[in-house]
Every structure is written in C-alpha cells, then in structure tokens.
Design a binder for this molecule. Structure first.
Ligand SMILES: [Zn+2]
Length: 394
C-alpha cells in the first residue's frame, strides 16, 4: 500500500483536503482518503509532496493521428484556411513518421498527466498506438461528405470503426461538423448511433463562417469549399444558425459532445441542455486561439459548469497535448474562475462524457484515477500559475 500526502488534495467530488492523505493499493486503486483536518501528525509510511494532488486529466477532444503536423501550420489561418490545409495534408500518404509521431505524443500525454482521451480518427493509423498505450481511449471515427453518395462515406467510416472494434478498442461513428455532412449521411450516423447507444461528438460552431454558411451560403467556408472543388449546387442555405439547422439529425438520448462552441449564443447552449439527455461542452481554448485568435467566452459556460470538459484538439493547431496548458490559459484569461471548477472540467466531466467515470476523474474509493502532483501552485489565490508543473506520481 502507498500513502501519499501533499499540502492539499483535490478529490473533485468533495472540497479540498488540507494536508490530506490518499491511500492506494499496489495497482493504484484508491482505498481511502484521510482528512487530517489540517493537523498533520500522521506520518507512518508517508510520502509527502509540496504542492497539490489532483486526479489524472481527461483530454476529451484530440486528433492523435495528426500528431506529425506539430509546428507545421501557420497561426491565424482562420477555420476555412485551416480546413484547406488539412485536406491537402490528408491527400498525402500516411508515412512511418505519422505513426512515430502518434506513439511519441501518446507517451507525452501520459507524462502530461492525462489518463483518458476522446480521440477523433479518420483512419486506422492510431490502432497500434492505442493497443499498446497505458491510456484509456475512446475513438470517434468521423464521417463527412456533402456529395450525393452518403452510403459510400458512411461505409468508409464503418470500415475504420470495425477495425478499431476488432482491435478491442472502444469506438463510435460520429459526424464531423454541421457544414460537412449531408442530411442523408447525418441520418445514417444517427440510426447507427441510436442502435448502438454510442457516444456522439461533433465540431460545433468553431468559426463565424459556419453560421454564415447556413444562413446565406456565403462567406469564407463557401470560398474554401469552392477552392477544394466541392460541388455545393445541391446544398441550400437554411436561413438559420448551423446547429439549429441540423438539430433534427442528432440523436437525443446518447452522450453528446459538442466541441468548441466558439460562436454559440447563450440561448443555443441552453437549448442544447434542454434538448439532449446528456450533453457536454468540450472547450479547446489553445486550439481556438491558434486558428482564429479567439477564446471561448468562458463565463457563458459557468452556468453549465457540470457539463464542461476540456480538450487539446490536434497538434496541427496546438503546441502541446497538455490539459494543464489549457487550464493555465483559462486561468490567465479569466482568473475569477476557481481552480475547483477548472479542475472539474479537466477531470470528472470529461470522464463522464467518455463513460469512464467509474475508473477515472476523481479520488473516490475503488477508482484508479491516476495521481498528478501540481507544484508551483499559488496557495494564496488557490490557483495554478504560469509556472505550475505536473509530476505523475501514479
Ligand atoms: Zn477537432
């Protein structure tokens, strides 16, 4: 048995314990949490650390297969420009470098204190990495296509999905984004998701041009589609915002991850909460700033703080796959948001979104959540600082 203590323990499901102790078995399963009430006398077989102990982080939105694009794209491309670059990249063949980069970044995520990942895949590239990884993965196989052959696009997704399943990995088939999926393809994904009660995910309102596309079929997204030679002649504007336009194509009963929500209004967020049984808002602030120099309006999400999770997005639009770096950004942009809240976003909420909260997300008896030590913590403000660092203890 290990007994680990620090200045504070943040269990996430209950208030922080000053000079608390967490007891673990040899497999890292939590046996007991001891509240010393700040009176720290119990020191039998104790490992004590300066800093705070938090559960392992959950990276709820990632694209591990894009890891080789680290330091490749320029900043501030805006989303349509970014998509054009990604499409060019995907036309190239997968190389040994793509695979090696994914292996490397999986290992770096572990060192960054991440224990579980919701990962988007368009190919089977990451199967090998995930089978060998110590991290928990749920893979979202993404389908897209506005053309008149939805069956072809859907079957491509099913093929990749079956490969993940055969490899013993958790997976679901999901739509990429409102603007990149035809109604027929949406319906196929929905039917399949309902049959399998699978976790769903969609990139939602990541750019202003997405709403423009639906409202009036104008804007940078249309220009990007044109430049890629995509035929939009059969596609008609709805005169509404993007999410409102495709709402009917999304299953209501499944866990549903809405990723980015950068241009969602307060009413739209409220609608999601009222319409879907178990929705989550996944925020990826560092990626948003990289692509479009804008951060989510964090205050808007405080009303739904039990429904917010964090993601890194891919290394095509981020400099690290580190949830701590996302937490630092939120703290810097909005210091009024408490560490407790941001930590809940970084751990338990993501675990709930990925259906792995029985094991991860909080220090509770019977869970095996991993333990991160955060040092250089500001005990006066009870916040992380730009200098805060992670050490993975368990
Ligand atoms: Zn993404």
């Amino acid at each position: 048995m290990r007994r680990i203590a620090a200045n504070y323990i943040f269990p996430v499901t209950r208030p922080p314990l000053k000079n608390g102790i967490v007891e673990l078995d040899n497999n890292g399963v939590v046996l007991n949490l001891i509240d010393t009430k700040g009176d720290f006398t119990e020191s039998r077989n104790l490992e004590f650390y300066n800093g705070v102990l938090v559960p392992g982080f959950v990276n709820t939105h990632c694209h591990l297969e894009l890891s080789e694009l680290k330091n490749t794209f320029n900043r501030s491309l805006t989303l349509p420009g970014f998509i054009t670059e990604i499409v060019k990249y995907k036309k190239k063949n997968v190389t040994e470098i793509s695979r090696e980069s994914a292996f490397l970044e999986d290992d770096l995520m572990k060192r960054n204190g991440i224990v579980a990942v919701g990962d988007i895949a368009n190919t089977s590239l990451t199967i090998d990495v995930k089978q060998k990884s110590k991290l928990f993965y749920h893979t979202f196989v993404e389908v897209m296509g506005l053309n008149k052959n939805p069956e072809y696009n859907f079957s491509k997704g099913i093929d990749v999905y079956n490969q993940f399943l055969s490899a013993g990995l958790k997976s679901s088939v999901v739509p990429h984004a409102p603007y990149s999926v035809s109604p027929e393809l949406f319906n196929r994904v929905k039917t399949f998701a309902v049959q399998n009660n699978s976790i769903q995910s969609i990139h939602n309102q990541e750019s202003e041009s997405e709403n423009q596309f639906f409202e009036s079929k104008t804007g940078k997204l249309v220009d990007a589609f044109m430049s890629m030679g995509i035929d939009l002649s059969g596609w008609n504007a709805t005169g509404k915002h993007s999410l409102e336009s495709i709402n009917e194509f999304l299953p209501r009963e499944n866990n549903f991850l809405f990723v980015h929500n950068l241009y969602s209004t307060k009413n739209e967020l409220q609608d999601i909460i009222e319409t879907f049984k178990n929705p989550f808002f996944v925020l990826c602030p560092n990626s948003n700033f990289f692509i479009g120099e804008k951060y989510p309006d964090f205050e808007l999400f405080l009303k739904f703080k039990d429904k917010v999770a964090l993601g890194t997005d891919s290394l095509a639009s981020n400099t690290s796959l580190s949830i701590l770096d996302e937490m630092k950004t939120i703290t810097r942009i909005n210091p009024a948001i408490s560490f407790d809240t941001i930590l809940q976003w970084a751990t338990l909420n993501g675990a709930k979104a990925l259906n792995c909260e029985k094991e991860f997300g909080s220090f509770e008896t019977g869970k095996q959540p991993g333990i991160n030590l955060i040092s250089d913590f500001d005990f006066t403000k009870m916040q992380i600082t730009e200098k805060s660092r992670i050490k993975v203890l368990v």
